[in-house]
Design a protein around this ligand. Structure first.
Ligand SMILES: C[S@@+](CC[C@H](N)C(=O)[O-])C[C@H]1O[C@@H](n2cnc3c(N)ncnc32)[C@H](O)[C@@H]1O
Length: 291
C-alpha cells in the first residue's frame, strides 16, 4: 500500500516559473506598503520558500500571476494569506527575560496603587508574550484589575494565541509556580498545555497593523513591542515609534527587542536601559523622525 504522503496533491503537479527579479520587486513593494516588511536584497530564496505553497495551491503558474491575483482580490483574503506566510512569528515564553525582571523590580512598584492596569503587547505573535505578562502581573499586582491586549497583523498567529494551547517543552521554560497557576494539561494529550480560563479572561486579542494609526484612544503605562521593528526600514520604524509614543502615558515604558536599536531615529522617548524607553512626564511627545 503506498504511503499517502508520496501521492502528490492535485495542485503540486503543475510547473511554476521561478521567482524572477521583477516579481521579487513587486512582492517586496507590496509587503512594504501593506505591512512595513522590508525585504532586503538577497531575500528571494526566503520569499520563494514562504510563498511557493500558496502559489501552487492557487494553481498559479508564476509569481506574477499570483501577485496580480492578490491585487484583484477585493475580499482582501489573498493579501492576509500573503502576510501570514511572510511574517516571522518566532517567539517564546519569558523571551528576553531581563525585560520581565526590570518590569517586576522597577515598573510594578510604580503601578502598585492603581485599581486597574492595562498593558499592550503589540506584535504578540502566537501569544506567549501575553501570557508571560499576565502571569507576572498577577503575581506582582494581586489586587489590581488586569488586562493585557495582544495585537498582531497575522490572523494565523492570533488564532494560535486565542487558542492558547502550547507544547509542554515551550511552557517548560516558565517557573513551576507560574506553570501551575497558568496552565492545565490538555485532556488526553499530555504533551500539550492549555492556558487556564482564569488567565485567558485577562487577555484580549485584536488584529492591528502597526504602520497604521492606532485605532483606540487608550494610553498605556507599559507597551511591549519587541522583535518586529527589526523587519521595518528606518522611516517605517520612525512612524511606528511615533504611533506607540501616542499610545503611551507620560512616564510610561516602551520595551523593544534587544536586537532593535533606535540609533539614527529622532524620537521623543528617554533611553532607560538597553531596549527600554520611557515617555517623559510633562511633554506631549512629538513625532519621531529619521535624523
Ligand atoms: C518575531 S514576532 C515577535 C513576537 C513577540 N513580540 C516576541 O518578541 O517574541 C514578530 C511579529 O510581528 C508581527 N508583525 C509584522 N509586521 C507587523 C505589522 N505591520 N503590524 C503588526 N504586527 C506585525 C508578525 O506577524 C509577528 O507575529
Amino acid at each position: 500500500m503506498p504511503h499517502t504522503d508520496s501521492i502528490p496533491a492535485p495542485w503540486t503537479d503543475h510547473p511554476v516559473r521561478p521567482l524572477g527579479d521583477r516579481e521579487f520587486e513587486q512582492i517586496r513593494d507590496l509587503a512594504r506598503r501593506t505591512f512595513g516588511l522590508d525585504l532586503r536584497d538577497g531575500k528571494q530564496d526566503l520569499v520563494t520558500a514562504r510563498l511557493q505553497r500558496l502559489v501552487r495551491a492557487g494553481g498559479f503558474h508564476s509569481y506574477h500571476e499570483y501577485y496580480r491575483h492578490i491585487l484583484s482580490d477585493s475580499t482582501g483574503e489573498s493579501l492576509l494569506a500573503l502576510i501570514d506566510a511572510l511574517a516571522t512569528n518566532h517567539t517564546a515564553f519569558l523571551r528576553e527575560a531581563a525585560h520581565f525582571d526590570f518590569l517586576r523590580q522597577h515598573v510594578m512598584p510604580e503601578l502598585a496603587r492603581r485599581p486597574s492596569v492595562d498593558i499592550w503587547s503589540a506584535a504578540c505573535s502566537t501569544g506567549e508574550e501575553v501570557w508571560t505578562l499576565i502571569l507576572l502581573l498577577r503575581d506582582a499586582l494581586p489586587s489590581s484589575k488586569l488586562r493585557v491586549i495582544g495585537s498582531d497583523i497575522s490572523r494565523k498567529a492570533l488564532a494560535t494565541a486565542a487558542r492558547a494551547v502550547y507544547p509542554a517543552e515551550r511552557v517548560g521554560v516558565l517557573p513551576p509556580a507560574w506553570r501551575d497557576i497558568g496552565f492545565v494539561k490538555e485532556r488526553g494529550q499530555p504533551d500539550l498545555y492549555s492556558v487556564k480560563t482564569s488567565i485567558r479572561t485577562l487577555a484580549t486579542f485584536r488584529r492591528l497593523n502597526l504602520i497604521e494609526p492606532v485605532p483606540w484612544p487608550i494610553q498605556f503605562p507599559v507597551i511591549f513591542c519587541r522583535n518586529v521593528m527589526i523587519y521595518f526600514d528606518p522611516p517605517t520604524q520612525a512612524k511606528v515609534i511615533a504611533n506607540l509614543n501616542e499610545s503611551l502615558e507620560p512616564g510610561g515604558y516602551l520595551f523593544v527587542g534587544h536586537a532593535e536599536s533606535f540609533s539614527g531615529i529622532r524620537h521623543a522617548l528617554e533611553y532607560v536601559r538597553p531596549a527600554v524607553y520611557k515617555k517623559p512626564i510633562g511633554k506631549r511627545g512629538g513625532s519621531c523622525q529619521k535624523s
